[in-house]
Design a protein around this ligand. Structure first.
Ligand code: NAD
Ligand code: LMR
Length: 358
């Protein structure tokens, strides 16, 4: 293959080997990737995506799946450890997206510059016996630092927060953005997609259906009783016995704990989470592209209840969250669940807000 005209051999080598030596890349402006030269030959123009925490249990399969997404033209992988290896490995996949790795805090800003979507799975996972809130002390600081860099380098990007406890980390990111004067509630989304993915799977098992044909709205938040599956609104329409409702609600609310216990100290859901994160990120990108009727559940700034944040079905579009749908008619069981969810959510949200305001 001939070098493209106007590009000398050194520049070409620097570009091709960029992922192998991120520290040098940082110093070398000639190797900086522009929107144009980042496209693999033949690949369509796409979006630039950054994954923060890309070398972790979720980050690695998430990076692999995003490299396979045809809507992605540039994939930035950032972590405080191990990104050169993960980036080198993933960059060999013969898909369109160009991959670049960024290692350590000194490369965080470069990782974020010019991106359209930031996905954050950075932070520690649970071990058996812990609640998601037990992760607050470590993960709150991580999300704050990353959000400060997002506010500075890509204030218009859509942000998908995966790091737990989501019910607090999303308010933390919002407060950081407010402080920086960049907060746009349409662009900050807590990822609750795994609850929907689990709900679809477990409900399909009970109904004897293909999970791909099932859609269960899951509202509230992402921890224990704040995870509220609306089984009265399942599509296709169906009915459950009270025993089935109890079983399904409990299993959906405890799906994360089920995995944490099965992994017995080796972490929490990573593979199903990467799948769910990509499903959600893909919906955000399709919205950005201008596709109609892209609707998913997410934890967002909301007026659906009296709480400042709440997960419900949202329509995704060119500017992020374009419409937040009301909860719809709830039965008595769901109304009782909603009251419990709101009580816990209120204190988790406040905890996140206070962490930044203190
Ligand atoms: P992991 O420990 O395997 O990976 C986390 C990664 O984050 C590591 O590679 C680590 O180096 C990196 N990291 C730590 N501090 C960082 C920083 N300041 N900047 C960038 N990267 C940093 O954990 P995991 O299993 O991938 O889980 C990550 C988080 O996702 C946890 O908080 C977990 O609870 C959460 N999670 C959320 C959901 C959800 O549905 N929202 C589902 C599963 C897990
Ligand atoms: C999940 O739902 O799997 C995640 O929130 C991880 C966890 O700690 O349960």
């Amino acid at each position: 293959m001939q070098p493209s005209s106007g590009e000398n051999v050194n520049q070409r080598i620097a570009r091709i080997s960029a992922h192998l030596d991120p520290p040098n890349l940082h110093m070398d402006n000639t190797a900086s990737v522009s929107r144009l030269n980042c496209r693999a030959k033949g690949a369509a123009a796409g979006f630039r995506v950054a994954i923060l925490g890309a070398a972790g249990g979720i980050g690695q399969p998430l990076a692999m799946l995003m490299k396979m997404n045809p809507l992605v033209s540039v994939l930035h992988l950032y972590d405080v450890v191990n990104t050169p290896g993960v980036t080198s490995d993933i960059s060999h996949m013969d898909t369109g997206a160009v991959v670049r790795g960024f290692l350590g805090q000194q490369q965080l800003e470069e990782a974020l510059t010019g991106v359209d979507l930031v996905i954050i799975p950075a932070g520690v996972p649970r071990k058996p016996g812990m609640t998601r809130d037990d992760l607050f002390n470590i993960n709150a600081g991580i999300v704050r630092t990353l959000s400060e860099a997002i506010a500075k380098c890509c204030p218009n990007a859509i942000v998908n927060v995966i790091s737990n406890p989501v019910n607090s980390t999303v308010p933390i990111a919002a407060e950081v953005f407010k402080k920086a004067g960049t907060f746009d509630p349409k662009k900050l989304l807590g990822v609750t997609m795994l609850d929907v993915v689990r709900a679809n799977t477990f409900v399909a098992e009970v109904l004897g259906l293909d999970p791909r044909d099932v859609n269960v709205p899951v509202v509230g938040g992402h921890a224990g009783v704040t995870i509220l599956p609306l089984l009265s609104q399942v599509k296709p329409p169906c009915s459950f016995t009270p025993k089935e409702v109890d079983y399904l609600t409990h299993r959906i609310q405890n799906g994360g704990t089920e995995v944490v216990e099965a992994k017995a100290g080796a972490g929490s859901a990573t593979l199903s989470m990467a799948y769910a994160a990509v499903k959600f990120a893909d919906a955000c990108l399709r919205g950005l592209r201008g596709d109609a009727s892209v609707v998913e559940c997410a934890f967002v700034a909301s007026q659906v209840t009296e709480l400042p944040f709440f997960a419900s079905q949202v329509r995704l579009g060119r500017i992020g969250v374009e419409e937040i749908y009301p909860l719809g008619p709830l039965n008595e069981y769901e109304r009782a669940g909603l009251e419990k969810a709101k009580k816990e959510l209120e204190s988790s949200i406040q905890k996140g807000v206070s962490f930044v305001r203190k």
